[in-house]
Design a protein around this ligand. Structure first.
Ligand code: ATP
Length: 434
């Protein structure tokens, strides 16, 4: 055993299942355990990867720790054994991966791992590619079962080694193990107070428009609540207002949540692929319709004349009212992920409003009375004078929406979606969902 100290980045992913556990919890636990024989160098990292990946348990998260230690082998053994004992290995969708990057390798692997991370947020990556990259870079790694978690583990290492990405913070409070499968006890009014005291430095704790708490999950995992915000001190301040059941441990993460890192700007629909997320400009082709289930959908046409459906799904609640105000000819930019050939709209920028008209039967040029319809496609006829016309009366009406940016409310926020309150120096007004 060498007594020389070395720095190590540890990336971990895919340890949980819907029935329990959470990779972030394992990260927090390891940080606390490792701190008895290693130094924790910086805030742990929690990155969200491609939100459309079907294998994800919930939010496609992966984590990384940055430590300094004297006994690297002991760290590797401890981390690997912990994963083996705590991961939900019986679940067929749980395929953990862990990667250890030694200080001596940082310079050589930094740029490859950083671009791998950026691709994993936007793109779909195969397990074999992750395994090959880990081997090529000569990284120490452990792949459990099919090892899909290596994709996230390598990405988290890349994120830790690359300081050049927009970031926010999340404070996660974890529950005591005995109560994991019971109802969470968090005083709702304390969360509204935490929001009042710290918004806009923190966000998405509660949803005022829909009178809902957003930061407390409902699944059987160890997370009690999570407070998101612009820096560590703001999320810690917000957490200090929260009244809840006992907290087992807390961890503040640096994260790519709320950064729009998943979005790819495209200039045409022909460039769009399934399971990717886009910023796409176009024109509303026809009136939005609301289908069974309450989902509001409109077709968007790009400059080449190609068309794609854009949806504000039912969970986006009051955002659908904005979408329902769109009319054919409106110029918009949509932000969202594409699955089943439909854009799941997270945000919309309305750049140009078409003229709206109230269309009525025309008045008779002789007697002034309103003409009646002469039948479908046959114009209008005055019953009294017998005069006819094919032109309806069109009166311009004011639109009840303004150009600008609109977003889904906090209760429907996707992890990676950048909140409008984080938008700066835009050419159009922003209307943050709150
Ligand atoms: P939680 O958020 O509760 O930790 P999760 O939603 O992060 O769970 P995982 O259990 O980590 O879900 O499963 C996601 C799996 O998808 C991981 O194995 C991860 O490596 C893999 N993955 C992540 N991003 C990509 C990608 N871009 N392409 C292919 N696979 C990916």
């Amino acid at each position: 055993m060498s007594s020389e100290k070395t720095k190590i980045v540890i990336g971990i992913d895919d340890t949980d299942s819907r029935e329990g556990m959470c990779t972030t919890y394992l990260c927090a636990l390891l940080r606390d355990e490792l701190s008895s024989f290693a130094k924790i160098i910086s805030d742990p990292i929690l990155v969200r990867l491609n939100p459309t990946i079907p294998y994800k348990t919930r939010g496609n998260a992966s984590v990384a720790l940055f430590i300094e230690c004297g006994d690297k082998e002991k760290v590797i053994r401890h981390v690997t054994e912990k994963i083996a004992s705590m991961a939900c290995l019986d679940n067929e969708n749980t395929n953990p991966g862990v990667v250890f990057v030694d200080e001596g390798q940082f310079d050589a692997v930094k740029s490859e791992l950083s671009s791998f991370f950026r691709r994993a947020v936007k793109d779909v990556i195969m397990i074999d590619e992750a395994k090959e990259l880990a081997s090529e870079l000569d990284l120490e790694f452990h792949a459990f079962k099919n090892g899909r978690g290596l994709i996230g583990a390598l990405s988290a290492c890349g994120a830790m080694l690359d300081p050049e990405w927009d970031h926010t913070y999340e404070y996660l409070a974890y529950r005591e193990k005995e109560v994991w499968d019971t109802r969470r006890k968090v005083d709702e009014s304390s969360l509204f107070e935490a929001d009042r005291q710290t918004y806009p430095d923190t966000w998405d704790t509660v949803d005022l428009a829909n009178n809902m708490v957003v930061c407390v999950p409902h699944s059987g995992d160890p997370v009690l609540y999570g407070i998101r915000g612009k820096d560590a001190s703001s999320v810690e301040k917000a957490a200090s207002f929260v009244v809840s059941e006992p907290v087992e441990r807390v961890c503040v993460y640096r994260t790519n949540q709320g950064t729009d890192m998943h979005l790819i700007s495209v200039s045409s629909i022909s460039e769009i692929e399934e399971m990717h997320s886009y910023i796409l400009e176009g024109e509303v082709l026809s009136e939005p319709i609301t289908i069974r289930g309450g989902h509001t959908i409109f077709p968007l046409k790009d400059a080449a004349g190609d068309v794609i459906d854009c949806a504000a799904f039912e969970p986006t609640k009051n955002f659908r009212e904005i979408i329902r105000k769109l009319i054919p000819g409106d110029k918009v930019v949509v932000y969202g992920s594409v699955t089943e050939n439909t854009v799941n709209v997270e945000k919309i920028k309305i750049t140009g409003l078409a003229k709206a008209y109230d269309i009525r039967n025309p008045p008779c040029p002789s007697c002034g009375k309103r003409m009646k319809s002469a039948g479908s496609g046959q114009g209008y006829r005055c019953k009294k004078c017998g005069t006819s016309s094919v032109i309806p009366e069109r009166t311009a009406i004011e639109r009840d929406i303004l150009p600008g940016f609109y977003e889904v409310p906090p209760c429907a926020r996707r992890h990676l979606a950048k909140q409008l309150l984080r938008f700066e120096n835009e050419d159009l007004p922003v209307f943050p969902g709150r």
